[in-house]
Ligand binder design. Structure first.
Ligand code: FE
Length: 260
């Protein structure tokens, strides 16, 4: 499996605290069946500033240490970029990183709202040939109240990344239900861990995929797995797995099974 969102890089944010913690996380990733992770430190979220140069310096060092330790996990450079006023200017200045050097760029919204400039930012990035990947939209309260706010961004060309632990039910059944609902609405296209440590916020991708296969079927399982690969290979993402009628059938089945 491939993980496109993780905080495995040490010393830069609220993820791995030091090299030992980063190595322990990589070992966990390996045990979970993950072969490649994109390190996506927080950038410009009001607490952490991690420009491209800092990340590009640390990623090869982590890779070297993993090789020395015999942990067969590839680490790629990325960034989790909070949507902020100077985002486009900083992109031009070379301070921002896309995911593994591809056209996919990981964007984070505050958890309480969809920023006013979100649509404009997505639109501008798409014009420049980039594809915004919206990090964990299921944890944004405006999206939770009205998924059409996410739908607007997807219609502009963005894609959605749901967090593995949300799908697995670790954050509660309400968030799990919302995550599955966003999948059925074709509003999320990739699953990632957003791992921060080996304890409370681990990789846990295999568990999320197990839930996906059980709740949404093997075609959806393949869809998500393929899309993670497509991102690191800079390929085209599959945008929709559910068509209208299937979606409706599933929803109706949901209603019947709740009644039953
Ligand atoms: Fe994150």
């Amino acid at each position: 499996m491939i993980d496109i969102h993780s905080h495995i890089l040490p010393f830069v944010d609220d993820g791995a605290a030091d090299w030992a913690a980063a190595l322990a996380m990589a070992q966990d990733a390996h045990q979970d069946g993950i072969t490649a992770v994109i390190a996506t430190p927080h950038h410009a979220n009001g607490v952490y500033l991690n420009p491209a140069s800092r990340i590009n310096e640390l990623v090869p060092e982590l890779q070297e240490r993993l090789q020395e330790a015999g942990i067969p996990v590839q680490v790629l450079a990325g960034q989790e970029i909070r949507v902020y006023g100077d985002l486009l200017a900083d992109l031009e200045r070379g301070e921002l990183l896309t995911l593994a050097g591809t056209r996919y760029i990981l964007l984070e919204m505050p958890s309480s709202r969809v920023p006013r400039n979100m649509e404009e930012t997505c639109h501008e990035l798409v014009i420049q040939g980039l594809i915004p990947v919206i990090a964990h939209p299921e944890r944004n309260s405006e999206v939770a109240d009205d998924p059409r706010k996410l739908e607007k961004l997807i219609d502009l060309g963005a894609v959605g990344q749901v967090t593995a632990q949300s799908l697995a039910g670790v954050f509660g059944s309400k968030l799990q239900k919302l995550s599955l609902d966003l999948c059925r609405r074709n509003l999320v296209h990739v699953i990632a861990s957003d791992a921060h440590d080996s304890g409370h916020r681990p990789f846990g991708l295999s568990e999320a995929y197990r839930v996906v296969e059980k709740e949404l079927g093997s075609a959806t399982f393949d869809f998500f797995q393929q899309n993670s690969r497509n991102i690191v290979e800079n390929g085209e993402l599959i945008r929709a797995i559910y068509n209208g009628s299937r979606n409706l059938r599933q929803r109706m089945f949901g209603i019947f099974s709740r009644r039953g």
